[in-house]
Design a protein around this ligand. Structure first.
Ligand SMILES: Cc1cc2nc3c(=O)[nH]c(=O)nc-3n(C[C@H](O)[C@H](O)[C@H](O)COP(=O)(O)OP(=O)(O)OC[C@H]3O[C@@H](n4cnc5c(N)ncnc54)[C@H](O)[C@@H]3O)c2cc1C
Length: 460
């Protein structure tokens, strides 16, 4: 089976069409002549290094080849004891909802703290020497605030907790894996993990050294401009920023009603509720990579284990945060069960229906919405990646318009040069946001009916 494409094909299709998520696995392919660079739109893309004359073949999660998420996960997990499969969510051995009870993993994590806890167990059990995950950059001269980094002990691991809604690339850490022997685990969003698996299939060195993959569920990736726009609303210049938290938990509020916080050079901590900040409504597609609109993996189907937020009514009341966990690897499932026995972890089984419900918006946008976007691309005779779902014009005209307007909001915010001028940016986006509000307006009767249903748990 083919898992690689030529660099020419990659540049002419994925990169030119805007379908690159910036993962950087193309730069790590053997003999690759590609490097990753940050564009003026605030996303990572590969470019051909000027000295490179020769043509090579590389791995890419968005290129058209024989491997999609279904056959990758079949190859990896179909022989796992007690494995099950469901079209919507792929392979799974167990599905849980829960949180970490020991230490401050939950307090310091975005959700239930499960990702950092699991990585800590991999260290404690000596299953890995290094964890690769995303941390604040410690290089003052760096043009990025967060980047992929390597942790080799529990203290370093803790610095990587929390979700960074910020572009990152694996370029440097993959180079490190190639050059330094050891056992590595990688934390990443679904398309990055898919790229890692393709790399593992294509080269023994990555297969041997990357022994575990941990995915976080993903709504979409943002450009650097998203953080700029949020920071702008705090009125603090970048030079005065020490820390930034996209997921500040606020006691006595719903888990989904979190805030953004910053720490300044004058040691001042400022917190703002996300709903008071322009740009934080994820349904508007703002500062989103186009690639994410052409991804059909919400939960990281090719990873050994995936963690998300339990956006379900029964967990939302707890502001401390609760994870949804999908396990595909037997050993990791045993680690979770051991955690429960030792009372360091609380988990309860979750049905696959509840898992899907917890990410309802994400699934809708990446299934129904994706089919419609594929239809639009085909209608315009434009290249687009092959997906597991076929192109289909949406019959529901109102929903079709919602998805079409979201494409506009993505395009305008992605290429806007107004990310440092909030009022100009708002003016540019306002017409599309107004259309979105109009299309999503729910009648008073429907709102009352929905409230009654929620109160009495009907239809849950
Ligand atoms: C861009 C993005 C979109 C997301 N969309 C959704 C969604 O739609 N639905 C949902 O349920 N959950 C989503 N999540 C996942 C969610 O925010 C939590 O990360 C997840 O629930 C794990 O929480 P935790 O407390 O267990 O993790 P923690 O213990 O806080 O650890 C988080 C881990 O993720 C790593 N990490 C942080 N940012 C990134 C990044 N950009 N890329 C790769 N690794 C990173 C950290 O280094 C750390 O290892 C998203 C996360 C990101 C980064």
């Amino acid at each position: 089976m083919l898992s690689k494409v030529s660099t020419k094909e990659l540049m002419d299709t994925v990169v030119k069409g805007g379908y690159c998520s910036g993962c950087g696995v193309c730069t790590a392919s053997e003999g690759s002549v590609l490097k990753m660079g940050l564009t003026s739109n605030g996303n990572f893309e590969p470019y051909k290094s000027s000295s490179a004359a020769s043509e090579t073949h590389v791995v890419c999660p968005f290129a058209n080849h024989d491997f999609n998420e279904d056959n990758i996960s079949k190859k990896l997990f179909s022989n796992v004891d007690q494995i099950m499969r469901e079209k919507e969510i792929g392979h799974f051995r167990s599905i849980y909802a829960g949180f970490v009870k020991e230490g401050d993993y939950r307090q310091k994590g975005s959700s239930g703290g499960g990702v950092s806890w699991l990585c800590a167990q991999l260290f404690n059990e000596r299953k890995v020497d290094f964890i690769i995950h995303v941390k604040q950059s410690d290089n003052d001269k760096s043009d990025v605030f967060y980047e992929y980094d390597i942790s080799s002990n529990l203290l370093e691991l803790q610095e990587g907790a929390k979700s960074r809604y910020y572009p990152i690339t694996l370029e440097k850490v993959l180079e490190r894996i190639r050059n330094y022997p050891g056992k590595y685990a990688i934390v990443g969003v679904p398309c990055f993990i898919k790229g890692i698996q393709l790399l593992r299939f294509s080269e023994e060195v990555f297969k041997e050294r990357i022994v575990h993959t941990v995915s976080i569920f993903c709504g979409h990736l943002k450009t650097t401009h998203y953080m700029d726009v949020l920071l702008n609303q705090f009125g603090v210049p970048k030079q005065e920023l020490i820390k930034f938290d996209f997921r500040h938990k606020i006691p006595n509020r719903s888990a989904s009603d979190y805030g953004t916080s910053i720490l300044t050079t004058s040691n001042e901590k400022k917190v703002k509720l996300n709903k008071s900040l322009f740009g934080t409504n994820w349904g508007l597609n703002l500062f989103k990579l186009k690639a994410c609109d052409y991804c059909d993996d919400v939960i990281g189907e090719t990873a050994d284990i995936s963690f998300g937020d339990a956006w379900l009514p029964q967990y939302l009341d707890d502001a401390k945060g609760t994870n949804v966990i999908v396990v595909r690897n037997q050993y990791l499932d045993e680690l979770i069960k051991k955690g429960v026995e030792e009372q360091t972890l609380f988990v309860e089984e979750l049905s696959k229906e509840d898992l899907i419900k917890s990410q309802a918006g994400g699934f809708r946008h990446r299934r129904e919405g994706l089919r419609h976007r594929l239809f639009l691309q085909d209608k315009n005779n434009e290249w687009r990646p092959q997906k597991r779902y076929s192109a289909q014009k949406l019959a529901d005209e109102k929903r079709a318009r919602i998805y079409e307007n979201r494409i506009k909001m993505q395009e305008v915010s992605f290429s806007s040069k107004n990310h440092e001028d909030l009022s100009a940016l708002k003016k540019e986006l306002e017409p599309f946001i107004a259309i979105n509000s109009k299309l999503n307006k729910v009648s008073l009767t429907k709102r009352i009916w929905n409230k009654i249903k929620r109160t009495f748990n009907w239809g849950q």
